[in-house]
Design a protein around this ligand. Structure first.
Ligand code: MOS
Length: 738
């Protein structure tokens, strides 16, 4: 099915099941420990050996020698895999650095060896006994220094095409010079880690020349393809199965070392091998959200209308890597006739930078939405009103393109009313509560909506049960539940009559989980398959009317009503289809919007920052399940607190690695850090997006949170911090005297 014209009325609009706050259909399995995760696939592979990965001790250079003899002779050791015996490995299309180093080393903790042994402890002990000699080469590890020689680099828009490296509309320089009120400020965001709870993990087994990996992955088809490429296998000899994933946040979008090395270890030993990457390797072995240096210039007239916007971002990456597209939202969020956006990419020899939840916008809004707060203050305007008067209903770069739906103003206004924004004192440092300085902050939220081709297969059984199969993943997001709701709505049965099977490359290829495209795209694929199944059911039951109703387990037309299960009396009915998109996203800009409001308390003596209250108002099309969507948004808001106040991979600029590479040194929020959180969804249905009329929401919840917190801190203290994370050392010396 092709989605190329706006959706009309369809069975989803009944919203008997879709749009309801159903509990997770996989919830009981998760809390009873019966949902199988990659490292615990005893159900399919009871006798796996254990693999342990040794990471490179240098950031850049060459392996000049590997002595494995001692390790090989240790008790229980079955095999040691290095580049010397791994055979030819080809770089997958989605990987920038190789997943097994040798002889050259591209980044710190790049895998140099895998030990396979009878137990985890034996494998780990033997890995410590491998002696590797390195020839270390000089590398670039300091973004601020490398930024001076950074090159302009185009970004990717939602169609995957390259946008120009410097995007100019009107005359930015002239308008900025002429503007009576201007801001020119630079903001920085640090390198961040996904820090998902489940590490990279794979159990691998060969049957003859066919490989199966039970792994933790967001994108089954990408990973199957890249695993086949890496190992030089035909794609149909590789099966990837990932039914449950313990968090990903972009870290599990791609094939990683655990899957490749488990496959190689299993080949070398002739036994299944399982690997869970040890936590201290996760931070430098994997991808991360790259640090940015962002310069923003705003010019406005005295009424507060922006006349000029410029946003330039510099980030770094390994040779061949991509930039952090932190200027994306600035192309679309506010009106102004004169605009400039540019991205610069420096070569760094740190681990690969890549997508982390809301790549681009998460970092970009951390800067842009502080700049908007600073500009509002210069103009003497309320920051909510300043954003509202600069709203646009069309793509500011291409005014002939309207937004499919854009309720940013309503998000801001409703949020201000709900949060009690009128209590804010525009003069910073004025509100006190005992020893604490109290501040309120706001930021707009923006994240593009992306649709990806997505297929599904649905089967109606004799028992009337509808089974859905698609390689879509559930990374904690609720995919099982919203897919079950979609099939239930389409086939007119209760959600308890639907079985959802996900994450297996034997199933039809879905959009996968990434870029907040998963929910809308994958349910649209299920919709398409269900339309076909409805047709097959109607034909089997001899309905002549073009579109009978499917409701309450029955198929109805006029006064004829037949039990749905009767259609499968003589055998299962199976239908498969793919939803694909064309055209509408070029004609209409499809984005999601929101507003974040935050109250903070800053200890007047120590400068410690605590978040007290958070509110997100989201406009993201139809909300398929308010309960799972809310969980996505509060999780994202929590991640936003981490980004604002804690998270920072500290770079050792001499030796080129992230120093704090464990969960003790890399701080993320814990329960005690998170206060009252409230989420409001505007009642929307976007017919330009899909038959589901839904959009992404899982990343929107993160976009803007950091700046809302930073703005609240400024409102509390009067000290403007432009470098994330906002730690107390950055404002302590300038706090109001007590
Ligand atoms: Mo998302 S960073 O595309 O998993």
């Amino acid at each position: 099915m092709k989605f190329d014209t706006p959706a009309g009325i369809n069975p989803i609009d009944r919203m008997a099941v879709v749009g309801k706050p159903h509990d997770r259909v996989d919830g009981a399995r998760k809390v009873t420990g019966t949902a199988p995760y990659a490292y615990e696939r005893h159900d399919v592979v009871p006798d796996a050996l254990y693999g342990f990965i040794l990471g490179a001790a240098i950031a850049k250079g060459r392996i000049t020698g590997i002595d494995t003899a001692h390790a090989q002779a240790m008790p229980g050791v079955r095999a040691i895999v290095t580049y010397q015996n791994a055979g030819k490995l080809t770089l997958g299309s989605k990987n920038t650095a190789k997943l097994l180093a040798g002889p050259e080393v591209e980044h710190y903790h790049q895998a140099v060896a895998l030990v396979v042994a009878d137990s985890f402890e034996k494998a780990r002990a033997a890995a410590a006994a491998i002696h590797v000699d390195y020839g270390r080469a000089a590398g670039h590890f300091d973004l601020a220094a490398a930024a001076k020689s950074a090159k302009s680099d185009g970004g990717e828009d939602e169609d995957g095409s390259k946008s120009p490296p410097i995007d100019r509309i009107g005359d930015f320089a002239g308008a900025f010079a002429a503007a009576p009120v201007t801001l020119d400020a630079t903001y920085t965001t640090p390198d961040e880690a996904h820090a998902m709870m489940e590490p990279f993990a794979t159990t691998a087994a060969w049957t003859g020349d066919a490989l199966t990996v039970w792994t933790a992955n967001q994108m089954i088809a990408w990973t199957r393809e890249d695993l086949a490429t890496t190992l030089g296998l035909p794609k149909d000899k590789v099966r990837v199965d990932s039914p449950f994933v313990g968090g990903g946040f972009g870290g599990k979008l791609f094939l990683r070392a655990d899957a490749v090395l488990a496959a190689l270890g299993a080949k070398a030993t002739g036994r299944p091998v399982k690997i869970a990457m040890q936590r201290p390797l996760m931070f430098n072995n994997s991808t991360h959200r790259p640090a940015t240096i962002q310069r923003i210039r705003l010019g406005a007239d005295r009424s507060g209308k922006l006349t000029a916007i410029a946003h330039e971002c510099t980030s770094g990456n390994l040779p061949g890597g991509s930039p952090e597209t932190a200027t994306d939202q600035t192309k679309l969020l506010y009106a102004a006739p004169n605009r400039l956006t540019a991205q610069h990419l420096a070569v760094l020899d740190l681990p690969e930078g890549n997508a982390m939840r809301a790549p681009g916008e998460a970092s970009g809004l951390m800067a842009l939405e502080i700049a908007m707060d600073e500009m509002a203050e210069k103009l003497g305007m309320d920051p909510v009103e300043f954003r509202i008067i600069n709203d646009t209903q069309v793509d500011p770069e291409k005014p002939e393109r309207p937004f499919s739906q854009r309720q940013l103003i309503k998000c801001l206004r409703d949020g201000a009313a709900t949060f009690g924004w009128s209590a804010r004192d525009a003069r910073p440092g004025r509100r006190r509560d005992g020893d604490h300085l109290i501040g309120l902050g706001v930021a707009s939220a923006f994240r593009n909506n992306i649709n990806f081709k997505s297929a599904a297969r649905v089967r109606l059984g004799r028992d009337g049960v509808v089974t859905v199969e698609t390689d879509m993943t559930d990374i904690g997001t609720g995919s099982y539940t919203i897919i079950a709701q979609t099939a239930a709505e389409m086939m007119g049965v209760g959600i308890d009559r639907v079985v959802v099977r996900l994450g297996d490359s034997d199933f039809p290829v879905s959009a996968g989980s990434g870029g907040q495209w998963g929910a809308n795209s994958s349910t649209s694929g299920v919709y398409a398959a269900c339309v076909k199944l409805r047709e097959a059911v109607a034909a089997r039951l001899g309905f002549n009317a073009p579109d009978p109703d499917f409701i309450d387990g029955h198929v109805r037309s006029g006064n004829r009503s037949v039990a749905l299960a009767d259609a499968a009396k003589d055998g299962d009915l199976v239908a498969e289809d793919t939803m694909s998109w064309s055209g509408l996203s070029r004609k209409y800009q499809q984005s999601t919007f929101g507003a974040h409001f935050v109250e903070v308390a800053v200890d007047a003596y120590t400068g410690e920052i605590r978040v007290r209250r958070m509110l997100a108002v989201c406009a993201a099309g139809r909300i398929l399940n308010p309960k799972t969507a809310r969980s996505q948004v509060i999780g994202a808001m929590t991640m936003g607190v981490g980004g604002a106040l804690m998270e920072e991979l500290v770079v050792d600029k001499r030796f080129g690695f992230f120093v704090n590479h464990d969960l003790a040194g890399y701080e993320v929020p814990v329960h005690a850090d998170i206060p009252h959180q409230e989420v409001v969804f505007l009642d929307e249905a976007d017919d330009k997006v899909s038959p589901m009329k839904a959009k992404g929401v899982g990343e929107l919840g993160l976009c803007g949170v950091g700046a809302a917190i930073a703005n609240a801190v400024y409102n509390a203290t009067g000290v403007r911090i432009r470098d994330y994370p906002l730690t107390l050392d950055k404002h302590l010396d300038w706090l109001p005297t007590v």
